[in-house]
Design a protein around this ligand. Structure first.
Ligand code: HEM
Length: 493
């Protein structure tokens, strides 16, 4: 009898435990989702170009701020509003800070890069390196170099305006090499500029990030070949400037740089659990380059476009600079406080066209990477959870759609319009809009270089506005040629 009673009681206990502890998967629905193909899921529905626009359109079409997609068996969550991105990625950061494997980049030789680390001791170590090196206070130390390089850039653009895009790129390359390694770029033919160009090409396409590690004899997959073809440049980007700094230190040189401080810190710390190895330092330098160069360059390009299309805003900005900066001086950071319109204009550049539109996404499988991963950088949930009454499975890739967030009509009136004064209170003619929040990402993977990036964009914007007029090209009869405006697609837009 006693045995039967024990069985019944155990059964009851198990039932109660199951009822209360079972995953909520069965009881809660998944978030709304567009129609899907069997097995493939949404793979066929995502366009290969600018998927952020499709995600935004679907949000409107299905009347939802969060969308659930599936790529084969991989769940993906799209967040089209700031409120949801903050609620999940900022407030539940511990759950949504993982990354998937970036096989494509690992194949190229990016083995010690913060951007591509999953959550691990290595991730923490590198996050600390970046977090402590680019605080607001530390970035003040980099400003003199940014001003000098911006000055060189505008002089070169004034000499050959048709080369403006290449010169902006040369500026961002020069700033990064200077800050990372204390290397001064001599000109467009500089070896480091060439390596840097190759690195941009290698990373910018990112077309097949999801390729699994395959044996070297597998050479017939074009993107795999592409990744391997760029290995040499990735290796050079890691080794050459690092060796340059080591040699400089050995010869008693004193040029300050990010890499120099890491080497010095490593030499002081010695063998501790947090020890920074040569490979860590090489990886951090190369990561700084890739993360900072294209993003800053693309943002300045968006600024140029905004000025081209909005001549009256350009005039207002130039009038403010003329009032504040003496005509015989190049602007610098001492003028910043007195240039509030420029500050709003820069914020509007970041809002209007964020250059990393899908800041938080991932590469779960070989197939959809081409569509999805080539456009973004991942966050991934480490455990199953629920949100707004929906079930979010473990391992879900979460994409904050910065483009949709910045064009949310409930937050930004007339969101397509480039309007710097929208941030002013209504009493001063504005709309009291909040400054944009998605262009540097969210949560524990938020861009650790945002202070440096913002300053690099700011000084370029002020330098260009102070010295030249951005305007449309004219044809032989002096008539303005309307630009054909479109956005590229890739890790940066
Ligand atoms: C205007 C310039 C820049 C923009 C728009 C930008 C934007 C971003 C975005 C959207 C992310 C992904 C964040 C996420 O996953 O939630 C990111 C990550 C990152 N950025 Fe930036 N960035 C800029 C400049 C810089 C600079 C100057 C540095 C170097 C100090 C830098 C270093 C990094 C690194 C290392 C990561 C990876 C962080 C991680 O995975 O934990 N960025 N950036």
């Amino acid at each position: 009898m006693a045995t039967i009673a024990t069985y019944i009681l155990s059964g009851l206990l198990l039932f109660v435990l199951y009822k209360f502890l079972k995953p909520q998967k069965q009881s809660l629905p998944l978030p709304p989702s567009p129609p899907t193909d069997p097995i493939l899921g949404h793979i066929r529905s995502i366009p290969s170009k600018n998927p952020e626009l499709t995600y935004m359109k679907w949000g409107k079409q299905y009347n939802t701020d969060i969308l659930y997609l599936s790529f084969l068996t991989q769940p993906v969550l799209i967040l089209n509003t700031a409120a949801d991105a903050i609620a999940l990625l900022d407030k539940r950061g511990a759950l949504f800070s993982d990354r998937s494997d970036f096989h494509f980049f690992k194949e190229q030789g990016w083995t010690n890069s913060l951007t591509f680390f999953s959550r691990s001791a290595e991730f923490k170590k590198h996050r600390k390196i970046f977090g402590s090196s680019f605080t607001l206070a530390k970035c003040v130390g980099y400003q003199a170099g940014q001003v000098e390089e911006a000055w060189k850039m505008v002089r070169r653009i004034l000499e050959s305006p048709g080369e403006w895009n290449g010169e902006v790129k040369a500026y961002t390359t020069a700033v990064v090499l200077r800050i990372a390694y204390g290397i001064e770029v001599k000109g467009r033919d500089d070896l480091y500029v060439k390596i840097a160009d190759q690195i941009s090409e290698a990373g910018g396409t990112g077309g097949s990030t999801g390729i699994r590690r395959l044996p070297e004899w597998v050479t017939f997959i074009p993107s795999l070949k592409f990744a391997r073809d760029h290995r040499e440049y990735v290796r050079k980007m890691h080794n050459l400037p690092f060796e340059h700094v080591k040699k400089e230190i050995a010869q008693g040189g004193s040029t300050p740089s990010f890499i120099r401080s890491l080497i010095e810190e490593r030499d002081v710390l010695g063998e501790t659990p947090d020890e920074i190895t040569d490979a860590d330092i090489e990886g951090a330098g190369a990561t700084l380059y890739t993360a900072a160069q294209d993003t800053t360059h693309s943002t300045i390009t968006v600024f140029i476009l905004a000025m081209l299309l909005n001549p009256s805003i350009q005039s207002t900005a130039q009038a403010e600079i003329d009032r504040v900066v003496p005509a015989d001086r190049f602007p610098d950071f001492t003028h910043r406080e007195k240039l509030p319109y420029i500050e709003r204009l820069v914020q509007e550049v970041f809002r209007w066209n964020p250059v990393v539109p899908l800041s938080t996404t991932s590469s779960p499988s070989q197939i959809h990477v081409k569509v999805l991963m080539s456009k973004a950088i991942p966050h991934k949930s480490s455990k199953a959870t629920t949100y707004k009454g929906y079930y979010i499975p473990a391992g879900t890739l979460v994409i904050a759609n910065a483009y949709a967030i910045h064009r949310d009509p409930n937050v930004y009136k007339d969101p397509d319009r480039f309007w710097p004064d929208r941030y002013l209170p209504p009493s001063e003619g504005g709309d009291g809009a909040p400054v944009p929040c998605a262009h540097f990402g969210f949560g524990r993977r938020i861009c650790p270089g945002q202070n440096l990036g913002y300053a690099g964009v700011w000084i370029a914007v002020v330098g260009i506005l102070a010295t030249m007029r951005v305007r449309k090209v004219r044809d032989e009869r002096g008539k303005e040629v309307e630009p054909n405006v479109g956005m590229t697609t890739g890790l940066t837009r």
